[in-house]
Design a protein around this ligand. Structure first.
Ligand code: ISQ
Length: 150
């Protein structure tokens, strides 16, 4: 689906706010995925031998922040560049997701988690149109990762 100029404006404006809270929101995003799909915790070596609860794991928080920022930055530069990701980043992401056997339905679990996280983090900025705009941007990112996998 096309990512319109209006959708870009919604995403860019909200990212300005969301990015200031990317560590907490990134963690929230991952925890939502883990509560929907507990088996996904096995994908992360740093969670396997950890004795602290998921929500207090510093490595998880760091990794979740990186992933959340990557998704946000992908969305804000999508219209400018016409691409969700730089070619070399995309090759790496494609390889990683292929290695772990990530399927389309897993990306849909993450999609729901992302949109809920944006709703919780967006406060007064949130609207159905904003949520839809982020969903469209996310779908572009997933399509480009999946194009590497298939
Ligand atoms: C894979 N890619 C991005 C985020 C994730 C969160 C939880 C489980 C797997 C993931």
């Amino acid at each position: 689906m096309e990512f319109t100029e209006e959708q870009e404006a919604l995403v860019v404006n909200s990212w300005d706010v969301l990015k200031n809270n990317s560590a907490d929101l990134g963690l929230k995003f991952f925890l939502k995925i883990f509560s929907a799909a507990p088996a996904a915790t096995a994908l992360f070596s740093y969670l396997k031998d950890s004795k602290v609860p998921l929500d207090q794991n510093p490595k998880l928080k760091t990794h979740a922040t990186i992933v959340f920022v990557m998704i946000g930055e992908s969305a804000i530069q999508l219209r400018k560049t016409g691409k969700a990701m730089d070619e070399s980043d995309l090759k790496h992401l494609g390889a990683v997701h292929f290695k772990f056997g990530v399927l389309h339905e897993h990306f849909q679990v993450a999609r729901k988690a992302l949109l809920e996280t944006i709703k919780e983090g967006g406060g007064e900025l949130w609207s159905p149109a904003l949520s839809n705009a982020w969903g469209v941007a996310y779908d572009h990112l997933v399509a480009s990762i999946e194009s590497q996998i298939k």
